[in-house]
Design a protein around this ligand. Structure first.
Ligand SMILES: [Mn+2]
Length: 449
């Protein structure tokens, strides 16, 4: 017998809160993430869809939540039946009765009955929240169900059940983290930070990017994380100039700066930290200058964060400050205002300064409300991640900066009076990094020539 990952009361409270934002007499349908086949009968590792987990805590595939607040039985879960033979192969299933009890929903049905039962739950409703175009198979199932709903509505004159996308509805709630959620996120950030420190301690020339990636996974799992929150980037030297570098298979060269962007997922919350530092433990003059410039921008932007400030203000300030740094380092030359107007800094900083962070690394919630950038509010969490990336083949940049990519990323919670850096414990000052790099015991002994 397995137990829910966290107290099921949490999910009931989330559903009760969501009910307040839903239109009168509406219904919400949230399906599980589909299983993805790797080959034959072997699947990719399964992770529940974030919205499904957020509202139920239920981690099994082939399940569907139906939530109808204005009814006797608001929360219905469709789940796989218990199946001794299948469980022999793939492990425990809660089943229809087990899921009802463990997850505190009002009723459960076998998933095989979805097409028979769901139309009845929807027929009398005025609006359906459902997000299409994530899973073609489920879209097809829903099309059949909605046809059946229309038939059940008969001559009522109501026609098709209108559909609103459920993502903005749920996203708005996920955007503001409750005290409990802040605690979970803090834990994910702490695990991420500790794992980064272990990786920094184990870094030295000759190690493969992949070995450091493996070490990061070991360190987060040892601390209770289920998995990474996203594909880890371990990029040495010029590889760091590729923003979402995926190969992680090069040897670290003496003299390289290494960029590691990695986060632990704990209880479906994820950290997202990036650190950049010299493989051999000592910044060269040019590496240090570039690094300090990015670090200063990062600190300045974090200092700005408090309720009421707007995202575009953080972004605009990042652009201006990075442009000033590029001018000072003589990577860019010319008239400041003219360069700013043509967004010249984007050549060296092609991404944004921030994204929401939570159960997904790029978490849900809108940046704008009614077309206007929204002010920051207490309980929002997001990254601050300025960077500068100078490609090895950039003939216009001074030679000493070529082949260096720097990004420094922390995870910031907006508090009622300002902000909290949830990844503060991960070192980023030059001196702290230099004394930490390669300082661990030699865990690679005998594996590297
Ligand atoms: Mn990020």
């Amino acid at each position: 017998m397995r137990k829910p990952l966290i107290d099921s009361q949490v999910f009931k409270q989330r559903r009760d809160l969501l009910a307040k934002s839903m239109e009168k007499n509406s219904a919400l349908v949230v399906p599980a993430h589909p299983e993805l086949i790797r080959n034959n009968d072997v699947h990719h590792p399964y992770r529940q869809s974030t919205n499904m987990f957020y509202l139920t805590g239920f981690e099994e595939a082939e399940s569907v939540l139906v939530f109808v607040p204005d009814s006797d039985k608001p929360a219905t879960l469709f789940v796989r039946k218990k199946d001794p033979l299948k469980e022999t192969w793939d492990g425990f299933l809660y089943g229809v009765d087990g899921a009802k009890e463990a997850f505190q929903v009002d009723q459960t049905f076998p998933i095989d009955d979805l097409e028979a039962e769901l139309p009845k739950l929807l027929a009398e409703r005025s609006l359906l929240y459902f997000s299409q175009n994530h899973d073609p198979d489920f879209d097809q199932t829903m099309n059949g169900i909605l046809k059946r709903v229309r038939a059940l509505r008969g001559r009522s004159g109501e026609g098709n059940l209108p559909i609103h996308d459920s993502y903005p509805l749920i996203g708005e709630q996920r955007l503001i983290k409750s005290e409990f959620e802040q605690g979970e996120l803090r834990k994910a950030c702490k695990i991420s930070s500790e794992a980064h420190i272990e990786v920094i301690k184990a870094t030295r020339p000759g190690i493969n990017e992949r070995a450091l990636h493996g070490l990061f996974i070991k360190e987060i799992m040892q601390r209770g994380a289920a998995r990474e929150g996203y594909g880890t980037i371990v990029a040495t030297g010029n590889n760091a100039v590729t923003l979402h570098y995926v190969f992680n298979d090069c040897d670290l060269q003496d003299g390289d700066v290494l960029l590691i962007d990695a986060g632990a997922e704990y209880h479906y919350y994820t950290g997202d930290i990036t650190r950049s530092y010299p493989v051999n433990g000592e910044f060269t003059g040019a590496q240090r200058d570039l690094y300090q410039a990015v670090l200063q921008v990062q600190k300045d932007i974090i200092e700005m964060i408090q309720p009421g400030v707007k995202f575009n203000e953080l972004q605009d300030q990042t652009y201006e400050k990075l442009l000033d740094a590029l001018l000072q380092l003589k990577i860019l030359k010319g008239d400041r205002e003219a360069l700013l107007k043509e967004n010249a800094q984007r050549k060296y900083y092609p991404h944004g300064v921030s994204h929401y962070l939570g159960s997904d690394v790029h978490d849900s919630g809108t940046r704008k409300v009614n077309g206007e950038f929204r002010p920051l509010e207490a309980g929002m969490c997001f990254t601050v991640e300025p960077g500068l990336y100078v490609a090895a083949n950039d003939e216009t940049a001074p030679a000493e900066f070529r082949g260096i990519g720097i990004r420094i990323e922390d995870n910031i919670l907006v508090t009622p009076t300002g902000h909290e850096n949830m990844t503060q414990s991960c070192p980023k000052e030059v001196d702290d990094l230099e004394s930490l790099i390669g300082s661990g015991s030699d865990i690679w002994a005998g594996t590297v020539s």
